[in-house]
Design a protein around this ligand. Structure first.
Ligand code: ZN
Ligand code: ZN
Ligand code: FE
Length: 763
């Protein structure tokens, strides 16, 4: 026997189940002539391994560096155990422990190996639309419960054929224990349904769907996490009719093309964007439109970006297969009526999209949890999330410290919720705008599903301060029923805490928070949104805020940038002259009513919202008077911004507020001089960036702070984000931007959780 002989016991935690981890361990150990065994536990994977020291060291290195693509190792613990003489290395059966949990892998796009097989005529899964392996395919969207085993997924009813079973049982096969494994013999199948009749099956279903799309029709397609509505993106008529049937007036549609080469005909793609588009998550990336882009404007009115993705399931690849005459770009928008959650259950989809879709391309693999497509932009070579969902959820955000089990219910728009356990924050997939019954029940079911999946029993419930949010009502109700403590966290404090957690900021150190947002309920009951906070997780001080203005008509003003513009002029004592676009946009009667409303402060809540300031400027320069979705005016104002312009409007910093009157005065002056929208927009953006620097310098003088966190929906404005970050960094400030969660309300729940965790510590 070798004197170097030793044994180690290794515990691995993270995403290590259902991703080919045990076969990888098996293959690595065998290659290094090591003996022992590996098995799944409720906490992760355990390994007992024996051999000579040199090989054991190599094994530990390979474990960290060569693990399967979908695995994510959070922790490796190893300890020496007595050497045992064994003949081989083996995979043992799972050992479950009550109450333990594991992160669950998100759904992943088809891997290169499966893609090759999909188009290989000699492969037995040639053109099989549900091909997958341990490195790819559905996960989160099909899991009903843990442990992640086939009987607890929506694949339970598909009995494996002998060929699939052999692959599933063979530790050296790349489909060993791939739970959704299937083939045309034993797995899910396609159908095409038109007016309640099946008019195509299998390959025929696919051909019919392609024919429908070629003919300018709208097809509902059952995908990974829900239904899409698809049509030929180059066919203006089809695009318009999809808009009107879906009752979606201006919001951009997501697009899908077979590959990057095709997308390059319409958009510019940087290397980083290419990498993200092709990453295992395959999100939608917002790409800059080419000047000669031939796609209809109706796909994304007044936008200089288009949201593109490449196929992420085998079905998408077959559907979009390149062929002369078949459209190169498809609209792939979520299968729903505007404002409702995406459809994922077959019956419900059939009913809800009956008036929208001309046909349905469906399959019989049930979807357990709906998951929308994720949307990112690329900022500083990294993904910058606008929506974090498919491919990313339910991956937890890793926290610096362990925190108690809690539930954070998020905000109202772009809702996500978040549950904590140990040092994990499980931020949910995108739920949507909590404004109707369907979305609310999807929120409630989602919470229960997460609690069950990660075995979490919240000890505290956290929610926004807004009394009218449906999430607040749910939280209050549940806290009361279950007799749990409830904590309400101010919206912008939560934004700040989300940005800090996103950057692994250590508690106990204050930062400057530039929280620029649309709407959030303030501690004084006013509508906040242009907030400069100083503090951290446990508490914040409101150091500056945007000057207060009136929001005529309350929330409804969000749809009427012209009224916001005129309200700002009223506050600044500037006359409503007839040459101004917002004045022209309203009738004499509307103007009179508005004036009375403002003079008497009738239904005019007070706001300090930065989002509304963008609306006002967009209206004044004539860009948008009526908005059909949140943030539309601001996005369009950013889109016209002249990158060459260097002048800036000057915001005045008072003792505790930011004066805007002078800026409006200056904009009117510029308008009357005939200065272009692009220049005015740039001067406004530059002015805000300068303002941020002024603010930070002032606070730095007061308290020596030099770290700045940028959060809130306004920071989806990449022009402002880039200008501000550059300016601050050049002056020695360190800037925290979002990387893992959105700057918008999709990140709020994480912040709420962190504030609650910090509050508990100080008790
Ligand atoms: Zn695969
Ligand atoms: Zn099979
Ligand atoms: Fe917000």
């Amino acid at each position: 026997m070798n004197t170097n002989a030793a044994g180690i016991k290794i515990n691995v935690s993270g995403i290590v189940q259902g991703v080919g981890f045990r076969p990888f361990v098996y293959a690595t150990a065998t290659r290094l002539h090591l003996t022992g065994s590996v098995w799944n536990t409720s906490k992760g994977v355990e390994i007992e391994i024996f051999g000579n020291l040199h090989d054991l060291d190599q094994f530990l290195i390979d474990l960290k560096e060569k693990h399967p693509v979908l695995a994510r190792i959070d922790q490796i613990e190893s300890s020496a155990i007595p050497f045992q003489i064994l003949t081989d290395f083996s995979i043992k059966s799972s050992q479950a422990e009550e109450g333990q949990f594991l992160p669950v892998s998100p759904d992943m796009s088809i891997c290169p190996d499966c893609l090759k097989e999909l188009f290989d005529p000699k492969n037995r899964r040639y053109r099989y639309p549900f091909i997958n392996c341990t490195n790819c395919g559905p996960r989160f969207s099909i899991i009903k419960n843990i442990p992640y085993d086939r009987p607890l997924t929506t694949m339970a009813d598909f009995k494996l054929c002998p060929a699939c079973q052999a692959e599933y049982d063979n530790p050296l096969d790349r489909r060993f224990h791939a739970q959704p494994v299937a083939c045309a013999e034993c797995g899910p199948r396609l159908q095409f349904i038109n007016q309640g009749q099946i008019i195509g099956k299998y390959e025929g279903a696919l051909t019919t769907a392609r024919k429908f799309i070629e003919d300018g029709k709208i097809v509902a397609i059952k995908g990974l996490g829900g239904y899409h509505l698809a049509c030929n993106a180059s066919n203006e008529e089809a695009v318009q009719s999809l808009r009107s049937r879906k009752k979606r007036s201006d919001r951009p549609f997501a697009l899908m093309s077979y590959n990057l080469e095709t997308i390059k005909k319409f958009c510019h793609i940087t290397d980083e964007e290419a990498a993200i588009l092709q990453s295992p998550q395959h999100p939608i990336a917002l790409l800059t439109k080419r000047e000669d882009c031939s796609l209809p404007e109706a796909l994304a009115p007044n936008q200089n970006h288009l949201g593109f993705m490449i196929p992420y399931t085998p079905l998408h690849y077959l559907l979009l297969e390149l062929d002369e005459g078949f459209p190169e770009v498809l609209v792939m928008t979520s299968g729903n009526m505007s404002d409702e959650p995406i459809a994922y259950e077959d019956e419900d989809a059939r009913v809800r999209m009956a008036e929208i879709a001309d046909g349905f391309l469906v399959h019989n693999r049930p979807i357990q949890m709906r998951v929308d497509d994720s949307v990112v932009r690329v900022v500083e070579q990294q993904p910058y999330f606008l929506r974090r969902s498919r491919g990313y959820a339910p991956d937890p955000i890793i926290l610096n410290d362990e925190i108690p089990q809690m539930l954070a219910c998020g905000a109202e728009l772009k809702n996500t919720f978040c549950l904590s356990r140990s040092h994990y924050a499980f931020l949910s997939h995108h739920i949507g705008d909590l404004e109707n019954y369907e979305t609310l029940s999807s929120f409630e079911n989602g919470i229960l599903h997460f609690q069950n999946l990660f075995r979490i029993k919240p000890l505290k419930i956290v929610v926004d301060l807004h009394p009218e949010y449906l999430s607040t009502k749910y939280a209050v109700d549940r806290a009361c029923k279950e007799q749990l403590p409830l904590l309400q966290v101010q919206h912008h404090h939560a934004h700040l805490a989300a940005c800090l957690a996103d950057n692994h900021w250590v508690s106990g150190q204050d930062v400057i928070g530039l929280i620029f947002d649309g709407t959030g309920y303030g501690t004084d009951g006013k509508i906040w949104g242009g907030e400069v906070l100083v503090g951290e997780y446990s508490s914040v001080k409101r150091r500056f805020h945007l000057a207060e203005t009136m929001l005529p008509g309350g929330d409804s003003a969000i749809r009427n940038p012209s009224k916001i513009a005129l309200s700002n002029l009223y506050s600044a004592d500037l006359p409503w002259t007839e040459d101004l676009p917002p004045v022209q946009a309203l009738s004499e009667q509307e103007l009179a009513i508005l004036k009375t409303q403002l003079e008497n402060r009738l239904n005019c809540p007070i706001t300090t919202s930065m989002g509304r300031l963008f609306d006002a400027v967009a209206s004044l320069v004539g860009i948008r008077q009526i908005a059909t979705y949140e943030g539309q005016a601001a996005i369009e104002l950013e889109n016209v911004c002249d990158p060459q312009e260097e002048n800036a409007y000057k915001f005045t910093l008072n003792t505790d507020n930011i004066e805007t009157a002078e800026v409006f005065d200056h904009i009117l002056l510029n308008l009357r001089m005939g200065i272009s929208k692009s220049t005015i927009s740039a001067r406004f953006h530059n002015g805000l960036a300068n303002l941020c620097l002024d603010i930070c310098k002032t606070i730095q003088k007061e308290s020596g702070l030099q770290t700045v966190a940028l959060s809130g929906g306004v920071w989806q404005n990449i022009t402002l984000l880039t200008k501000t970050t550059t300016l601050l960094r050049n002056q020695g400030f360190s800037v925290l931007q979002h990387h893992q969660v959105p700057a918008n309300d999709g990140g709020i729940a994480l912040g709420q959780l962190m504030v609650a965790a910090a509050a508990k510590e100080s008790n």
